[in-house]
Design a protein around this ligand. Structure first.
Ligand code: GDP
Ligand code: MG
Length: 167
């Protein structure tokens, strides 16, 4: 099995840290799959019979208000339709307008969505995690929520296992 996995989220939430843990190292790849031209290719991981191609989606996080960015955003939106799994990375309980904007774009996607609540090693108030997960489930009802720490490599194995099952 082989598929494309998009990693999305606002800057500084830990996307690169997560990817570095998954891949061990960054790789430049080429692929004959048509999706290749629609994404920045970040790396590829093969494990057993499963091959996951990690991509980001140029333009997704550009500020939507600027007219200049509108076409770019449209392109990003259609590019996202071209992936098999989306990982939306969040920083603990810090839900911002930017996260909300990304969530709006993800709502309409047909593919499975994994919500990775990152940096749980530095969670200020653990007792609020459950209610925050309930809030997120309200925002993105179809998403699966997985608390992780990319830095401490906690929850990454579970995340990768789910990706393997979904591809
Ligand atoms: P990106 O902009 O989304 O790619 O975020 P980065 O991967 O560059 O991470 C931004 C900052 O957050 C860096 O200083 C990372 O070391 C830190 N960071 C990433 N993941 C974690 C985590 O799980 N726990 C903690 N405490 N810090 C993290
Ligand atoms: Mg990064």
């Amino acid at each position: 099995r082989c598929g494309f996995v998009a990693i999305v989220g606002r800057p500084n939430v830990g996307k690169s840290t997560l990817l570095n843990h998954i891949l061990g190292q960054k790789l430049a790849i080429t692929s004959r799959k048509p999706q290749t031209t629609r994404h920045n290719m970040l790396g590829i991981k093969t494990e057993g019979a499963v091959q996951a191609i990690y991509v980001d989606t140029p333009g997704l996080h550009a500020s939507a208000g600027k007219a200049l960015n509108r076409q770019m955003n449209k392109n990003a939106q259609s590019a996202l339709k071209d992936v098999d799994v989306v990982i939306f990375v969040l920083d603990r309980l810090h839900w911002t307008e930017q996260d909300q904007a990304v969530a709006e774009r993800l709502k309409t996607l047909p593919c499975p969505l994994l919500l990775a609540i990152n940096k749980t090693d530095r969670l200020e108030d653990k007792s609020r995690l459950i209610s925050h997960m309930a809030f997120l489930a309200g925002e993105l009802p179809k998403a699966e929520i997985l608390p992780i720490s990319a830095l401490k490599a906690e929850g990454i194995a579970q995340l990768e296992r789910r990706i393997g099952e979904l591809l």
